[in-house]
Design a protein around this ligand. Sequence first.
Ligand SMILES: *Cc1c(COP(=O)(O)O)cnc(C)c1O
Length: 703
Amino acid sequence: MDRGRNLKGIELFRVAAAFLVVAIHTSPLASYSATADFILTRVFARTAVPFFFMVTGCFVLGGGGNIRASLKKLLIIYAASAALYLPVNVYAGHLSGWNLLELVRQVFFEGTFYHLWYLPAAILGLWLTGLMLRRLGDRPTAFIAAALYALGLLGDSYWGLIENIPGINSAYNAVFALMGYTRNGLFFAPLFFWLGAKLRSGRGCSIGYEAAGLAAGLALMLGEALLARSQGWQRHDSMYVLLPFVMYFLFALLLRARGRVRLPLGSFSLLVYILHPAVIIAVRGAARFLGLWDILVENSLGHYAAVCLGSAAASAVILLVWARIRPRSVSPTARAWVEVSLDALKNNAKRLQDFAPEGCELMAVLKCDAYGHGAVRSARELNSIGVGAFAVACLAEGVELRRAGVRGLILILGFTPVDQWRVIRRYKLTQCAVSADYARALSEAVRGRVDVHLKVDTGMHRLGESWEHTEAIAGCFGLPRLNVTGMFTHLAVSDSLSDSDVSFTEEQIRRFFGLAAELERRGIDTGALHTQASYGLLNYPDARCAYARAGVALYGVKSDEHDGVRAWPELEPALSLRARIGLVRELPAGESIGYGREFTTARASKIAVLPVGYGDGVFRCAMHGGAEALVNGKRCPVVARICMDQLCLDVTDAGDVKPGSVATFIGRDGSEFISCEEFASKCGTISNEVLSRLGKRLPRVYN
Ligand SMILES: *Cc1c(COP(=O)(O)O)cnc(C)c1O
């Protein structure tokens, strides 16, 4: 699960929320005032559980998360907690007299120990909300979740209003026979999962509004709770009309507090929650043993403090022990790594979408692991800001994205053998029909139907049926087992603004739309038309295109620094390539370094050896191209032959350089910057090749 470790507000509130849950189960103010206790534990503390639902919704459903992995984790936690409390259940005799209905109730809705209801609720709610978001989309999910919550309210704080209405009360009694409460994964949790996901991707209002909203919401919810209580409506006291509003503002405010948190507060709060009932039992035992019953049990505040301290101590001990024995994972920045700014990526997507003419949708090209940026993570982030169309090079890349839960159109730009049709269909991918013959063969192979976009060759002579073969192309639209949902072509020189290239491109565009017009004259629905890759979009914006297939521009770079573009809507590079220096050695003048003794020091030099090489994508020819890296914000030349896993930098002029210092091959260090275009030109190639050949061995670090 993505922990969102830079969301300090959320991380810190996890701990507060865990102690609020302890308060709900120990009533700290009960010795002093029943009303004060009600206000604390039945009103304000009711924010704790929805908060935990929202955290999961935010990280798992709001982009970047893996629902299946999170469900698995929750199931394991639930099974372990149920096992932990099994002896207590046996001792207390809770298990006697269980029938099947009781078992279903306990396992699926109420949890096998009183506080454990949260876990089945989280599992059911997450599964249900994830399913609705995927199948129905955002708005219907919100509507259904809100409706379920409203139904739940009547079985909770507002039970008194319907208790005596025949028909309705029997319907609710049937519900209660199955679930005991409406505070569960079906009625209660989905709205908060949805809200959490929403807040992750959307923008809150201003901080002033949020603070005012939270204050007003809490005050009104207090009024609501006191009213429901005074009227005797409450069957249970978890659900209030105002609770979702309070949670919205609270969570939006917490999301504002950024900063890294080093402590594992998520695990800590989870342990406090799971362990505190056991600690309650232990505190009672200890109080009896020590003769401190009055202070540690009878006095509600003393009891609360003892349970909190005991739970915190037990949780801390478990975490410390775990930290000592767990298998250590390799730090991703130990050697060499690729850093990706997700904000830059998302901003670029938004800017390209804004730049595209009305009606033309961004199709994010994520082939070759999203040009080295990480396809799954990029797709999820783009999904979360509303990008709904993607292109990949091959079937396996499309399957990878779908398996990771990516929604929307996924177009396979390249050739796929027709015998793979089951996979295409199973993962709802859209295949490029690379020629009319291919389309026919695919249609013959398939059972059922598959979606295709028809590729037309308008002069590039790579994939596509020739634009002149109107009959053959028209025939493809009538094939029985293909849904031809689009038609596209690829431009050969849209990255050049020279006169001859411009007229070639215009001719390609003319051929394509001429063909489309002819097909339409024949009554054929051509579906979505598209012609442009990044440079096509920037240089030839065209309102007739339903999609713009942006690759390299999405990542904020040009293929070549000298490429002419008519527009560059403030796109920023998203990727940096960095490595840690392993060794620094001093050599006198006249010493040769590396294979072939190709480099000899011309002066007394400080040479840094880095554990990165052409196996990671620093091309072997970069040495001759004059490649440099930044160390301490200074440019240092690559010297000697680049090896598969090692290379050398001359850091004589870079000041204090030690093992562990970071060298930047692509990206910013201080005021200096090496662009991907510059690095590529020194490798004798274009950005696209550099990015697509960044090694699999490099961890991707997202920020
Ligand atoms: C790779 C590719 C793109 C994206 O190209 P960029 O120049 O990186 O934007 C678009 N369309 C097709 C057919 C491609 O193969």
